[in-house]
Design a protein around this ligand. Sequence first.
Ligand SMILES: Cc1cc2nc3c(=O)[nH]c(=O)nc-3n(C[C@H](O)[C@H](O)[C@H](O)COP(=O)(O)OP(=O)(O)OC[C@H]3O[C@@H](n4cnc5c(N)ncnc54)[C@H](O)[C@@H]3O)c2cc1C
Length: 430
Amino acid sequence: MSHVHVIGGGLAGLSAAVELAPQARVTLYEAGPACGGRARSFHDRALDTVIDNGNHLLLSANPCTFRYLDLLGARDTLKGPGQPVFPWYDLEAGLAWTLRLSPGRIPFWLLRRGSRVPGMKLGEVMALFRLMKAEGQTRVADCLLPGQFAHRLLEPLAVSGLNTDIETGSARLLGNIVRRTLAKGGSACCPWMAANGLSESFVTPAMRYLDAFHAEVLTGTRVSALKEEAGRIVALETSNGPVTLGAEDSVIMAVPSPVATGLLPELDGPDEFESIANAHYRLQQLLKPRGALKQAGFIGLVGGVAEWVFLHDEVLSVTVSAANRYADWRNEAMLEHIWGELRRALDPLIEEPLPEDVPVARLIREKRATFAATPEQDKKRPGAKTAYANLALAGDWTDTGLPSTIEGAIQSGLAAVGALGFRTAFAGAE
Ligand SMILES: Cc1cc2nc3c(=O)[nH]c(=O)nc-3n(C[C@H](O)[C@H](O)[C@H](O)COP(=O)(O)OP(=O)(O)OC[C@H]3O[C@@H](n4cnc5c(N)ncnc54)[C@H](O)[C@@H]3O)c2cc1C
């Protein structure tokens, strides 16, 4: 039986390992104490509860992700309104509304005042076509038309989807998201979140699945070098000693771009990154949301620093994307500012107002959350195949056609499995 060595236990490595487990012997090497990489849960001492390193929002148009969850029997660990419902609040205008997309391809929601973006003009929707046609060097800002559709929907979608500002962000990558989501209609846009943390949805079920197939998962094991001979990888250097590969063995390298280019110096990969900041506030009592906020379990904010607010029982978690711009802001000051925004946005939508004082809180800045989704960085992304016959690449930074996302990571794992000649359900990027 062939033996595949998977380096990196983020979602790309896990996706590859899960796909391979029924058809090959698998060993997964993860440098950290647990798998999950940039999508993981942990117990936070200050908050005294389990939180995710960052809120992750998924849309129903993520075929590789839902297939992965189905294989693991973990789809029911997600929660969501079951409908394309997005509550919003504009902090500058003091205005709340709910975007309610119609399910099919014909966008009836655009014709209904109560379902669409307030203040938008129908002509602004042309921006979606411009994005879907965009190529090469085009930036998101080049495709948007001035108006509320851009300000209250496309800009927030771009900044959170690309984790890059609209002046530099790749219109092609955003166009690919639009093609898979809004253009397909509301049923492709239902929002989903991990109900009890990312690890419980994406990692623990994968560990169980891999265990059932006797795959080996070596956490706390860093791979520090690959040894090459005659166009093949023949050995790995790990923190637990060398591993010699058999003639039929192969390797999937599913580590972040800077690690991959360090292990394989001839490789090119993205080298500019954007951070994401997540502010987590521990509340003294459960929130009692009303209306669409209760239905969705989250809300999008425009016109402030906070962008998405997620309600997790007694923890309010806030996402701030493209957060390099806030790198110099002290944590306490940023937490206080965001708390002020939360009180303005949420108080009209909950039964009891939030307290004036900032509760116990924690700010997590993931400095290299994603590669900067600019046209220049997008061009540096390699495919799954390498110059070595038995080495394939995976990771959200490889050429998936998507920005750094869970879907991109899981899809890349499948592409790597295919590149090594194993069976996979993945037919290629759209
Ligand atoms: C705060 C935050 C919020 C996000 N929000 C969203 C969202 O809402 N929706 C969405 O779809 N995506 C979101 N993402 C992106 C998503 O989390 C990533 O795209 C995805 O998790 C990347 O998976 P990966 O396997 O490619 O990389 P990683 O998760 O980085 O995995 C790489 C793994 O390799 C390991 N490793 C590194 N070096 C070595 C070595 N030498 N030897 C062995 N192992 C090694 C690392 O420890 C890590 O576990 C978010 C990311 C962050 C950080």
